[in-house]
Design a protein around this ligand. Structure first.
Ligand code: HEM
Length: 500
């Protein structure tokens, strides 16, 4: 009995030692490179600091602590990340040395039908798909897609109008999420849904499942990404596979319907373009011969619109409206501009192009509350930038939020001041200091579509209504610890405008 206990204790001790060694095996990486890091614990790496401060504050804390450094190190549990706090280095990573930083680091590989999506693709495969999908976001294409945005904006304005009539206070984030989901459904999948009226429609239900994957698996992978292969062998998908297959099926049905009814190119949505670029399925080897996509690449690009273009736009739309409600002087200025540029007409692609002050307000909202707090790149070959050697395989992190709130770049960073984005003020600071959409060849492909969507929706709302503070408004906003959302919600109420 005693011997058994000793053996069990010895095995447990051995396993603990092996586990500690496994978790901390890479924790000397930055020491060897002569790069500083915050205090590191053997199992959490630097996660402990992120848990303590939250993802926003922790960026500022160490960005300020390593003020005199170009870079500092950070361990996401086991994985070393190099944080770049020098804007010239950021520029070279995004642009000059792009070939060394062509890939994005992803937490895990995903299976079909989402496997070949732009966010996750690497190297030449990414280049191929990006070059085919890019024309979808040309001015001409966005102009055609904007009819869907206008239709959904009318529904949004009517909804807010009815809230105004009943005197209800409104939480902007939820309402804006319904709107942006409807826009994705129509511009990406050719579906007309009305999530404001019917929040439990099938598309919305499946999208919410996809965006809220199993939190237990997710946390586990955050600590031990190697488990991805293990889950994959056991056939345990990390993302909800049934929901992803639902979206693939929606795409297949839309494609078959359009081919059957001769509607190709007539719906003015994302599928219109990618269908024409589809590789002939009779080509059984499925290889690429040029400007074409396979069906699985089409599925993945449609689904990525939900991942990349839904919550991001809802975040910016809701924060911009909220900030305008809290700053009536700016709101009036935007409204005067809308009256002048859009007149009595419902705002459209052409008329919103002239809304320069609104553009400044949106940029300022994205400075204060960027949906992408960090941007990452994976180094694919040993590279030296500004005297810093970056080895192949190293993940580099660009601390977007810390740049946006650095008082040396943006004085009084907590203040909402759209004037920071006048052409003169913009040209007086580093061009890579404001990074809501990333930069370089791998920046946000949906940037222009997002800006048109934001401007049409805001111009449509502010043309008729004025958002004002209400009993539940909490300002300044307190950010959550993990993502760009307001702890107390974004509450306002709406008043009818008296247009003269
Ligand atoms: C205000 C709204 C949005 C914000 C703030 C935003 C932000 C970003 C950021 C920060 C990135 C990473 C860029 C980089 O790594 O340099 C990104 C990538 C991406 N975004 Fe957006 N995004 C927005 C809206 C959209 C929309 C509407 C779509 C699609 C319709 C979209 C599609 C994508 C895709 C596909 C990528 C990956 C591009 C690639 O790797 O080639 N985004 N976005």
């Amino acid at each position: 009995m005693y011997l058994t206990l000793v053996i069990v204790a010895a095995i447990l001790l051995l396993l603990t030692v092996l586990f500690v060694r496994f978790m901390s095996a890479s924790h000397d990486t930055f020491k060897k490179m002569g790069i500083d890091t915050p205090p590191t614990s053997w199992i959490l790496g630097n996660f402990g600091q992120a848990i303590k401060y939250g993802v926003f504050e922790v960026q500022k804390v160490y960005y300020n602590q390593y003020k005199d450094k170009k870079v500092y190190g950070w361990y996401d549990s086991r994985r070393p990340n190099l944080i770049i706090r020098d804007l010239d280095m950021v520029k070279d990573i995004f642009v000059k040395n792009f070939n060394s930083f062509v890939d994005r680091h992803t937490l895990f590989d995903v299976d079909l039908p989402f496997r070949d999506n732009l966010l996750n693709l690497r190297g030449d495969h990414w280049k191929h798909v990006r070059s085919i999908v890019s024309p979808t976001f040309s001015s001409g294409r966005i102009k055609k897609m904007s009819t869907h945005i206008e239709r959904n904006s009318k529904i949004l304005v009517d909804h807010l109008h009815s809230k105004m009539e009943s005197g209800e206070e409104v939480e902007l984030r939820d309402i804006c999420s319904c709107f942006t989901l409807d826009v994705i459904a129509s511009t990406g999948f050719g579906l007309e849904i009305n999530t404001l009226k019917d929040p439990n429609n099938e598309f919305a239900t499946q999208a919410k499942k996809v965006l809220n994957p199993n939190p237990f698996l997710f946390t586990l992978l955050l600590f031990i990404p190697e488990l991805t292969k293990f889950f994959s062998k056991l056939n345990i998908p990390i993302l909800p596979q049934k929901s992803l297959l639902y979206f693939a099926k929606v795409v297949d049905l839309a494609i078959e319907e359009r081919k059957r009814d001769g509607l190709n190119g007539k719906i003015n949505d994302f599928l219109d373009l990618v269908i024409n670029a589809e590789v002939d399925n009779t080509d059984k080897d499925g290889g690429h011969s040029g400007k074409e996509l396979t069906r699985s690449e089409i599925h993945a690009q449609a689904i990525v619109l939900i991942f990349a273009g839904y919550d991001t736009v809802a975040t910016v739309l809701s924060f911009t409206l909220f900030l305008l409600a809290m700053h009536p002087d700016c709101c009036q200025k935007v409204q005067a501009e809308i009256d002048e540029k859009c007149g009595e007409e419902f705002p459209n692609y052409d008329s919103v192009q002239g809304l320069t002050f609104l553009d400044m307000c949106i940029n300022e909202a994205m400075r204060l509350f960027p949906p992408g707090i960090f941007i990452n790149r994976a180094c694919v070959q040993d590279t030296e930038i500004h005297g810093v050697h970056i080895p192949k395989g190293m993940v580099v992190l660009i601390p977007v939020y810390a740049f946006h709130t650095d008082p040396e770049i943006f004085p009084e960073p907590e203040k909402f001041d759209p004037e920071r984005f006048t052409p003169d003020n913009k040209s007086s600071r580093h061009p890579f200091a404001h990074l809501p959409f990333g930069q370089g060849p791998r920046n946000c492909i949906g940037m222009r579509l997002a800006l048109v969507e934001l401007k049409i929706a805001i111009a449509a709302i502010l043309g008729k209504l004025t958002p004002v503070p209400c009993s539940k408004s909490v300002y300044p906003v307190k950010l959550g610890k993990i993502r760009t959302n307001a702890k107390d919600g974004l509450w306002v109420k709406f008043q009818l405008r008296n247009r003269v």
